[in-house]
Design a protein around this ligand. Structure first.
Ligand code: SAM
Ligand code: SF4
Length: 475
């Protein structure tokens, strides 16, 4: 395989984001009646993916009363489909060299204030050991876009991570957030047995996109927009999409995320596994305020857009990261966010090394700095069950043949039992005393809520095996 970054090729590619149509829907659906809004919420509660006209109507239902009904709709949908569990992961920054010029990112090529760093193999191992010592099982590995971090390199570093075992620790799923590759490159990365490949479009508004990405391969809108199509063609059927909020109007971006989902569903019969919606955060050497001046997303609108996404794509996982504050994260869990990170550190090398200047190796600054143990304790206190489950992807339950949660009873059959087993492992191996008792209480509540059944007996049997020291049991 040729080393280095792939050639950007966009001949014959067209945008599947119909910009004018999005503006028209947002215009036509203004001032919706409460009856229409309720009808749409009901369609979502009946587990239908919404159409663009319906999403635009919810976006335009912006009075506090209507917003509250939308929030309640999202909470109800979460209760019906997702149950109590929240999947936990940690980001692992591998290297912050980058050839692009993304105006908003601390890693951009012309940022002289950022300290450049790529983990050496022994440093990568030390980072993974530190994450395992904290109890993590699921990582997302993050890379700048640079000839050093080509497909082969991503492949090799993922493989390396899977080999690291410290005490009872191991990483069982590695997701990727990296630049879009060509088909050959995606195939190579797939060989390393990755979970989700995430690529955020940042902004789906082409003019804004071209303005904030002035140079480098990322400056090509279509190459990036079609990145996940190429991943799919290469056989990676577990994909994450996202928009970086604050660059352009959130209403447009939220609609575009739905159009991207519909495009993937139509073309490949499977939508994205996850959607991310990071808001712009301060970054070293970067004047974020001037970038977000016009389109900053308020907390109220942020909550609305997440609740609307929950309703619009009932079966797609939603990811909320430590970019947001603890208070907001806690509040938004009830809207159907399915994955959060915990105990994150985003300086390159900063899990294994105390570095008072870590922020200079960071892409941006975090809003939630709690430890994983603390996040977990608070999740339990709020009635959630933390999960480190990696069952689906290891059992091949991905892609067209399996749309997560689409199968009736799926959460009860797989997700909740797997959450209990992986959480019990965490409690036995890593938790502090206080978290241990909060966690065991939460597991008891989950068991009490389960009807007497063969499945429950099986779960309890496996729980005994975990208590006796067996690990990595899953349904
Ligand atoms: N270099 C690859 C790329 O750009 O796709 C992957 C890694 S990039 C470090 C991961 C994501 O971080 C970007 O897609 C962007 O959405 C987000 N990001 C960049 N700067 C940010 C900032 N200042 N605040 C919040 N998120 C940011
Ligand atoms: Fe590089 Fe990604 Fe940051 Fe852009 S967002 S500067 S491509 S690391």
């Amino acid at each position: 395989m040729k080393r280095g970054l792939p050639k950007v090729e966009t001949e014959g590619l067209k945008s599947f984001i119909p910009q004018d149509e999005i503006f028209q829907w947002l215009e036509k659906t203004q001032n919706p009646t409460p009856e229409r809004v309720r009808e749409i919420i009901q369609r979502s509660l009946d587990k239908n993916r919404l159409e663009p006209e319906e999403m635009a109507t919810l976006i335009n239902a912006d009075s506090p009363e209507m917003a509250e009904e939308i929030f309640e709709g999202a909470r109800e949908l979460k209760r019906r489909i997702y149950g109590n569990r929240i999947v936990l992961f940690a980001p692992l920054y591998v290297g912050n060299e980058c050839v692009n010029k993304c105006e908003y990112c601390g890693f951009r090529v012309d940022n002289e204030e950022v300290h450049r760093k790529t983990l050496l193999t022994e440093e990568l191992v030390a980072e993974v050991e530190a994450l395992e010592d904290g109890g993590h099982k699921r990582l997302i590995m993050v890379y700048g876009e640079h000839p050093k971090y080509d497909a082969q390199y991503i492949h090799d570093t993922v493989k390396e991570v899977y080999t690291v075992k410290k005490g009872p620790g191991e990483i069982r799923r590695v997701n990727i957030n990296a630049a879009p590759l060509n088909i050959e490159g995606f195939k190579k990365v797939k060989e390393a047995e990755i979970g989700t490949y995430q690529i955020f479009q940042e902004t789906y508004h082409q003019e804004t996109y071209e303005k904030v990405h002035a140079a480098g391969p990322k400056s090509n809108y279509l190459w990036r927009l079609h990145g996940l199509d190429r991943a799919m063609e290469a056989g990676i059927d577990d994909l994450g999409i996202g928009a970086l909020l604050g660059l352009y109007d959130w209403k447009f971006e939220t609609m575009a995320l739905l159009y991207h989902t519909i495009h993937l569903e139509k073309r490949f019969n499977v939508g994205p596994h996850t959607i991310s919606f990071p808001r712009l955060e301060p970054a070293v050497g970067t004047d974020i305020d001037s970038i977000t001046e016009e389109y900053e997303v308020s907390d109220f609108d942020f909550k609305r857009l997440v609740a609307i996404l929950r309703l619009a794509v009932p079966y797609t996982g939603l990811i909320l990261t430590c970019r947001e504050t603890t208070e907001l994260r806690n509040e938004m869990l009830s809207f159907g966010v399915s994955q959060i990170d915990g105990g994150s550190s985003i300086g390159v090398g900063s899990y294994s090394e105390e570095d008072p200047e870590a922020f200079k190796k960071s892409q941006f600054l975090l809003g939630d700095n709690r430890s994983l143990d603390q996040v977990i304790r608070e999740l339990c206190d709020a009635g959630f069950i933390p999960s480190f489950c990696t069952g689906c992807y290891r059992k091949g339950r991905t892609g067209e043949h399996f749309m997560e949660f689409a199968i009736p009873g799926f959460v009860k059959r797989f997700c909740t039992p797997n959450a209990v087993l992986t959480f019990l492992e965490y409690l036995n191996d890593y938790s502090s005393g206080e978290t241990l008792s909060a966690g065991l209480d939460q597991i008891n509540r989950e068991l009490e809520a389960m009807p007497v059944s063969k499945a429950k007996d099986e779960l309890q049997e496996r729980m005994e095996q975990v208590k006796a020291g067996q690990r990595d049991l899953y349904f």
